[in-house]
Ligand binder design. Structure first.
Ligand SMILES: NC(=O)c1ccc[n+]([C@@H]2O[C@H](COP(=O)([O-])OP(=O)(O)OC[C@H]3O[C@@H](n4cnc5c(N)ncnc54)[C@H](O)[C@@H]3O)[C@@H](O)[C@H]2O)c1
Ligand SMILES: [Fe+2]
Length: 435
C-alpha cells in the first residue's frame, strides 16, 4: 500500500476499515431469476419500479414475467424521473405507501435504483423529507432500522447504485444535487445482467462509463482510511472511509477494463465483449466506491447537474435541460486529478497507466498531467462534452457552481488534498475547457 502521510496523522487516524456489499448475482440472462429470489425473500406483493423509457423494454418484461411465474403479485410504477428530484422521490414514496407492498424491485439505471431506495425508506420509516438527507442540507438523522427487501437490477453500466447505500437527487429549491447516505438503504440483492447493455444508446454508455471511471479513480486516490479521524464508536465508521486494500482491488481492475473497453463499448452495440466488460467494471467500481467514497469530481458534479441551463444531449429524455450524471462528473475530473496528484503521485501515475497512458519515463511531477491528459483523450474519443463550456456553462457561473458544491463535505473531505472555496474556484476555472 502506498502512503505518503505523516506518523502524526496515522496516530490520530482510524485503524480498521469495513467491507460492505450487496449480495450480487451476475451473468447473462440472470434477470429471469428475479421471481425465485423475490419468493425466497418472502415477498408476496412487490413494487416493480422503472422509468417511462424502459417501461416497454424487454428487460422489464423479463423481470415481470419471472415474478408472476413465481406467484409474486406485482404493483408497477413506470414514472421514475430520469435524474430524480425531491418531488419525484416523494411521488414514488406515495405510490409505495398506497400500493401496500412488502418488497421492491428496481429495473433501470441509477435514477430508478435511487428512487426505489428512497420510496422504500420513506414508506417504511415515514418522516419529513429532509430528515434523512445528508447534513448540512438535511438533518442527517440516522435511518432507524432495516427497510423492506429491495432487489436492484441495473440496466446501465454505470452508477453501481445496486451496491451502495446512497440515493442521489436534485433538491429543486436549492438547484443542487444532494443525497441520502446510509448502509440501511443498500439494496438487499443485486441482479446484474450484462445483456441489458446491448440496448443502451451510445451517449448513455459513454456517460455512465465515465461515471465508472471516475468512481474508480476517486476511490483509488481518496485520502487513505488511516488518515480519517477514527469514529467515536466503530458503528459510526462511514462508507466514505477512504482508500483501503479492499476498494483498491476493484478500482485497479475497473480502471484496466476501462482503458481497454470504454471506447469500444461506446462505438458499437454489436461489440458484446466490450459492453459486457464495461458492466463488470461498473460492478467492481460500485463495490469499491461504496466502501471508500468518491471525492472532488463528484462533489463538483452536484452543482453542475443541479444548475443545468440549456444542455439536452442525445439519448436522454427531451424537454427540461439535463446534464447526465456521468457527464457532470467527467467534465471536472481532468482538472481535479491534475491538481490532486501532488497528494499521492504514485496512485495518480498508476491510474494513468491502467487507463492506457505510457508512464515508463514518468516522474512524480508528471503524474497529474499524465492522468488528466489520458482522461481527456478518452473523452474526445467518446464524444464527451468539452468541459463546463461544453455542457452550457460560462465563466460567470463559477461563483454559483462553487456555492453549490461547497456544502458537499462528505466528498470534498475524502480528497487527498485540502479543498476549500479557493481551490474549488480554481478547479472550476480549469474545467471550463480542455481542447
Ligand atoms: N446511488 C449511487 O451510488 C449513485 C452513484 C452514481 C450516480 N447515481 C445517480 O444515478 C443517476 C444516473 O443514473 P444512470 O447513469 O445509470 O442513468 P439513468 O438511470 O439516469 O438513465 C439514463 C437514460 O438511459 C435510459 N436507459 C437505461 N437503461 C437502458 C437500457 N438498458 N436500454 C436503453 N435505455 C436505457 C433511461 O431510460 C434514461 O433515459 C443520477 O441521478 C446519479 O446522480 C447514483
Ligand atoms: Fe457517480
Amino acid at each position: 500500500m502506498s502512503c505518503c502521510h505523516t506518523e502524526l496523522e496515522l496516530a490520530q487516524g482510524d485503524t480498521a476499515f469495513n467491507v460492505d456489499a450487496s449480495t450480487i448475482t451476475y451473468g447473462d440472462g440472470c434477470l429471469s431469476e428475479a421471481g425465485d429470489i423475490a419468493a425466497h425473500l418472502g415477498i408476496k406483493r412487490i413494487a416493480l419500479m422503472t422509468d417511462p423509457v424502459l417501461a416497454t423494454s424487454e428487460h422489464v418484461a423479463k423481470v415481470e414475467d419471472s415474478l408472476k411465474a413465481a406467484g409474486v403479485d406485482v404493483a408497477r410504477y413506470d414514472d421514475v424521473r430520469v435524474e430524480p428530484t425531491d418531488e419525484s422521490f416523494q411521488a414514488a414514496t406515495k405510490f409505495a405507501i398506497d400500493a401496500r407492498v412488502d418488497g421492491f424491485i428496481s429495473v433501470g439505471g441509477g435514477s430508478v435504483i435511487d428512487t426505489t431506495k428512497a420510496a422504500n425508506l420513506y414508506s417504511t420509516h415515514p418522516a419529513e423529507f429532509l430528515t434523512y438527507v445528508n447534513a448540512p442540507i438535511g438533518d442527517g438523522t440516522p435511518v432507524p432500522g432495516p427497510l423492506k427487501p429491495h432487489i436492484a437490477c441495473p440496466t446501465t453500466s454505470g452508477t453501481g447504485s445496486e451496491c451502495t447505500g446512497i440515493a442521489v437527487f436534485d433538491l429543486l429549491a436549492m438547484k443542487a444535487k444532494t443525497g441520502i447516505a446510509s448502509k440501511m438503504i443498500r439494496p438487499t440483492r443485486a441482479l446484474i445482467d450484462p445483456s441489458v447493455t446491448l440496448t443502451l444508446p451510445p451517449n448513455v454508455v459513454a456517460a455512465s462509463a465515465f461515471d465508472v471511471l471516475s468512481h474508480a479513480l476517486e476511490s483509488y486516490t481518496a485520502r487513505h482510511y488511516h488518515v480519517r479521524p477514527a469514529p467515536s464508536s466503530p458503528s459510526l465508521r462511514p462508507s466514505s472511509q477512504g482508500a483501503n486494500p479492499w476498494s483498491d482491488l476493484g478500482c485497479k481492475e475497473a480502471l484496466k477494463l476501462m482503458g481497454k473497453y470504454l471506447v469500444r463499448a461506446v462505438d458499437s452495440a454489436e461489440d458484446v465483449e466490450a459492453r459486457h466488460q464495461v458492466m463488470w467494471a461498473a460492478t467492481l467500481a460500485g463495490i469499491a466506491f461504496g466502501n471508500a467514497g468518491c471525492h472532488v469530481p463528484h462533489g463538483m458534479s452536484y452543482s453542475v447537474a443541479g444548475m443545468a441551463k440549456n444542455f439536452n444531449p442525445d439519448g436522454y429524455p427531451l424537454g427540461e435541460p439535463i446534464v447526465p450524471h456521468g457527464m457532470s462528473v467527467i467534465v471536472n475530473s481532468p482538472a481535479v486529478f491534475r491538481k490532486t496528484a501532488v497528494g499521492d503521485p504514485t496512485r495518480h501515475l498508476e491510474g494513468a497507466r491502467w487507463l492506457g497512458a505510457d508512464t515508463s519515463d514518468a516522474s512524480d511531477a508528471d503524474a497529474g498531467d499524465l492522468l488528466a491528459d489520458q482522461i481527456v483523450k478518452l473523452m474526445r474519443a467518446s464524444n464527451m462534452p468539452n468541459g463546463l463550456l461544453g455542457v452550457g456553462y460560462e465563466a460567470s457561473d463559477i461563483p454559483d457552481l462553487v456555492n453549490g458544491s461547497l456544502p458537499q463535505r462528505r466528498l470534498l473531505d475524502n480528497a487527498p488534498i485540502d479543498i476549500q472555496r479557493e481551490e474549488l474556484t480554481e478547479l472550476y476555472e480549469s474545467a471550463l475547457t480542455y481542447w
